[in-house]
Ligand binder design. Structure first.
Ligand SMILES: [Fe+2]
Length: 348
């Protein structure tokens, strides 16, 4: 997230308080700050960002030096227990549990160390801590669920990649190289880190649909007949069908579906043209073609990376997105350094 932006919004909300009174005596301003805090939380991408935003907000709302957020660890339940029993010691500061769905999920403790006794917390301080704890708990729970989903997705991607290798060990390395090349190209284009990772993963999975292509076609040591090409072309829709079954990978499935579209509309499966083609598919198309040219094919020997570069540049605006080709040109040295000649022939 843009943490500075979030904090600036909170600060300006606080500073624009019409009464200019301390916020703890101005309920309306406090509500505004808490509402802004809740909105800014949505852009926090980690527990650390949530913690920083929360502490800043508590400092704005209450006149305290160093509020603390203690995330769920083994010590939190004990801390809560001693606090509630009213036996304060250096570990037993009073605070507010940041929970989700009641007490079933205590995710953190929000506390003010300088107030070392429950009675030291005023009604207003308790109200502020509780008002902040609720949205904070929800955001932390969202982040936890996102992490869990990301783990499941990573497992699914590993399983799918393994399936490609098992189906056709001869293409071993090709999919990973395409992922690498696609990633390298995006480093020279205006692409966010999240989008870049999505493109890399789509590169790794781009040919998963070939699981459904018979070996007599996939491994045929010669040119394919028109009928065989028709079967081969089905791999883009097959890839979409497979990957779209995995929750969270729907966008990647769409990228796979279109990796054989061409900028001029002469590709497949839909004959999309120009920017109708997903950007990530346009990147993978260049990466895939580069790898195809620099590796041995059933009907010809590998060409050099420099020859591949000339071919791809010539096809900018025809087969490939000119902007992506620009990124490819800039990334060329990095791509060329990764070129490996496989010991066996492959068909893409
Ligand atoms: Fe393909």
């Amino acid at each position: 997230m843009d943490l500075r932006k979030g904090l600036a919004a909170i600060s300006s909300s606080f500073l624009s308080s019409p009464s200019k009174q301390p916020v703890d005596t101005d309920r309306e301003s406090s509500f505004q700050v808490i509402a802004e805090y809740s909105r800014s939380l949505m852009s926090c991408r980690s527990r650390e960002e949530v913690s920083a935003l929360t502490l800043k907000t508590v400092q704005i709302l209450l006149d305290v030096e160093q509020p603390e957020v203690v995330f769920r660890t083994a010590e939190v339940p004990a801390l809560l227990e001693t606090s509630k029993l009213g036996a304060p010691n250096f570990l037993a500061y009073p605070g507010v549990e940041v929970s989700v769905r009641g007490q079933s999920t205590q995710v953190a403790l929000l506390r003010i160390p300088e107030k070392n006794d429950w009675t030291a917390l005023s009604k207003n301080e308790m109200a502020v801590l509780e008002a902040i704890a609720a949205p904070m708990g929800l955001r932390l729970e969202c982040l936890r669920l996102e992490e869990e989903l990301a783990l499941h997705q990573a497992g699914s991607i590993r399983a799918l990649s393994a399936a490609i290798e098992v189906k056709d060990r001869y293409t071993s390395g090709h999919t990973k190289r395409v992922g690498f090349y696609a990633n390298a190209i995006t480093l020279h284009l205006s692409v966010s880190a999240v989008e870049r990772e999505k493109i890399r993963l789509a590169g790794v999975l781009h040919d998963i649909g070939k699981i459904g292509v018979p070996d007599r076609i996939l491994l045929k040591p010669g040119k394919l007949t028109e009928g065989e090409w028709d079967e081969m072309r089905l791999h883009t829709e097959a890839g979409f069908d497979i990957v779209s079954q995995v929750a969270g990978l729907e966008e990647i499935a769409e990228i796979l579906r279109h990796h054989h579209e061409r900028w001029d509309g002469s590709g497949y499966p839909r004959g999309l043209r120009g920017e109708e083609i997903p950007f990530a598919s346009r990147v993978i198309s260049v990466a895939d073609t580069f790898d195809a040219i620099v590796t041995d094919r059933p009907y010809r020997k590998a060409l050099t990376p420099e020859q591949a570069r000339e071919i791809i540049i010539e096809l900018a605006g025809e087969q490939f997105d000119p902007t992506v080709v620009e990124g490819f040109r800039s990334a060329f040295e990095s791509l060329a350094s990764q070129v490996e000649l496989p010991a066996v022939t492959i068909r893409l």
